[in-house]
Structure formats: structure tokens, C-alpha cells
Write a protein that binds this ligand. Structure first.
Ligand code: ADP
Length: 261
């Protein structure tokens, strides 16, 4: 990354946690998907969630952004804590959701808005920042990911990799406490994956706090501070990449890695 993506203040000297999850449970009908998930994400670190398809990874991420509402569990994201097994209001959920920003597998850009309009939508309409301010920052962010000249185009005029970089810029422009990535490269043609992973690495180097669901094991090895291996709705194994990926202790982790490597 030749120039910084964002001007986020240096936060690496503050080792406090940004995300605390305790006792997270979620069922869809009879399907008990999350069966007691506990973890912490320290400020300025990258957590990668690995695990087989259907193990509950996306549901964990969506619970952090209140796109899925947990059945039980106490979760703090940034400055907002909710006890999902207790009582809480709609406005508690709105404040909780505003602590994080999600980057989706399929980009989820507004198809009828230009790239620039996609990026400034949240800052202007939700965060009430001035349009001039939001545009200035959007232009700077777009140029840092090589998309300055695409600002007035529509999503369908962009490649998947370009659309995903817009998706990332849109999340960063919200200045959330934590960035959540749900398999951000899995919809991309193989030759476009590298550019998107490079942007993620740049954000990690700038000490953004990130939680990433991905099957990109090499990326996880290079960038993760913490790896969570999830299977059957529980965290089976956790630790640094040198532990969980290079020297997994659990047979289920070894089996999973053998399958995808
Ligand atoms: P992963 O991300 O590990 O592939 P998910 O969290 O997406 O797993 O899904 C875990 C399980 O929850 C799957 O069995 C999936 O079908 C189910 N599930 C996820 N979202 C919903 C939903 N909105 N309604 C019903 N079932 C769901």
C-alpha cells in the first residue's frame, strides 16, 4: 500500500478489547446454529474465523452487526453492550449496529447509485456529516484503492474486484470500531482476489480492528493475530496462526485444513 487508506488514529498502544462475545446462542427454527460462542477481539488486531460451510461463521459475524439477532449472549461492540437474553430496545440495537460495518460476499452495493453515492450514503444520511466532507473523504479513500476514476460509474460497470473495493471503502468511510468481512473474496474470479486481499492487508497495517470470515488460508497466516476455528456452532480451537493453522491441536481442525489446502 503506497499511501494509507485511511487517517485512522494510531490505536496500537491501547490494548483494550473492541469486541467481547459471551455465551452467544442462535437457532433458526430447530437448527441450533450457534451453541455458546465466546471470544474477544483486541483493538487494532485481525481475527480470522475459519470453519466448514454451515458451521455458523456468517451467523457469528451477522450477530455482531445485528443483522441476525442472537437468542442469548452478552455482546459488546465498541461502546455498546447488549444482553440478547434480556431486554433491550430498538434504539439499543441501532446504536449497537452503528459500532461496526460489514463487507459482504456479494458487495451489496446500491445498484442505482454511483460509486461515490454508495460511499457517501451512510456518512451523510445516517451520520449526518456534511456532503462536502463526505465527498472529500470518499474521493480520498477511492483513490487510495485505485478507483478515483470510477467515482461516477455505476456498480454494474465495475468488475467484481472493483465493486468489492468500493464495498470496503463504503465500510471504512463509516469509521466503525470494527470492520466485519464476510468471505470478501469468495465471489471473485481468482485473478481478482489478490487486489482485494491487498486492501485488507493495508487496513490491517493501519491497525484497523477486523473480523474476517474467509477460506484464504495464506492470508490468514500472514495477517491474522487470532484464528478461531468454528465447527458445529462452537469454537473448536483458537490461537495465533502458528498454532491453529500451522500446528493445530484438534483433529477436527486438521481434517478441515487437509480438505482445503
Ligand atoms: P457458515 O458461514 O459457516 O457457512 P452460516 O452461519 O451461514 O454458516 O449458517 C449456519 C447454519 O445456519 C446453516 O445451516 C444455515 O443454513 C443456517 N442459516 C443461516 N442463516 C439462516 C436463516 N436466515 N434462516 C434459516 N437458516 C439459516
Amino acid at each position: 500500500m503506497s499511501e494509507p487508506i485511511s487517517d485512522q488514529p494510531e490505536r496500537v498502544n491501547q490494548p483494550e478489547s473492541v469486541v467481547d462475545v459471551a455465551g452467544l446462542q442462535k437457532s433458526f427454527g430447530d437448527n441450533h446454529v450457534l451453541r455458546g460462542i465466546d471470544f474477544t477481539v483486541d483493538r487494532g488486531t485481525v481475527t480470522v474465523i475459519l470453519g466448514p460451510s454451515g458451521s455458523g461463521k456468517t451467523t457469528i459475524l451477522r450477530s455482531l452487526n445485528a443483522l441476525d439477532i442472537p437468542d442469548a449472549g452478552v455482546i459488546r461492540v465498541g461502546e455498546q453492550t447488549i444482553d440478547f437474553g434480556g431486554t433491550y430496545s430498538k434504539s439499543d440495537v441501532t446504536k449497537y449496529r452503528a459500532q461496526s460495518a460489514m463487507v459482504f460476499q456479494n458487495y451489496n452495493l446500491f445498484p442505482h447509485k454511483t460509486v461515490l453515492e454508495n460511499v457517501i450514503e451512510g456518512p451523510v444520511t445516517v451520520q449526518r456529516r456534511t456532503k462536502a466532507d463526505a465527498i472529500a473523504e470518499a474521493d480520498r479513500l477511492l483513490s487510495s484503492v485505485g478507483l478515483a476514476e470510477k467515482r461516477d460509474q455505476y456498480p454494474h460497470q465495475l468488475s467484481g474486484g472493483q465493486q468489492q473495493r468500493v464495498g470496503i471503502v463504503r465500510a471504512v468511510a463509516l469509521h466503525p470500531q470494527v470492520l466485519l468481512f464476510d468471505e470478501p473474496t469468495s465471489a471473485l474470479d481468482p485473478e481478482l482476489v489478490g487486489d482485494v486481499l491487498k486492501v485488507l492487508k493495508g487496513l490491517a497495517e493501519e491497525s484497523w480492528t477486523m473480523v474476517v470470515v474467509t477460506h484464504e488460508i495464506r492470508f490468514a497466516q500472514e495477517v491474522a493475530d487470532q484464528v478461531l476455528f468454528v465447527d458445529g456452532g462452537v469454537i473448536v480451537e483458537r490461537g495465533g496462526p502458528d498454532e491453529v493453522i500451522a500446528h493445530p491441536a484438534q483433529e477436527r481442525t486438521r481434517q478441515f485444513l487437509r480438505r482445503i489446502l
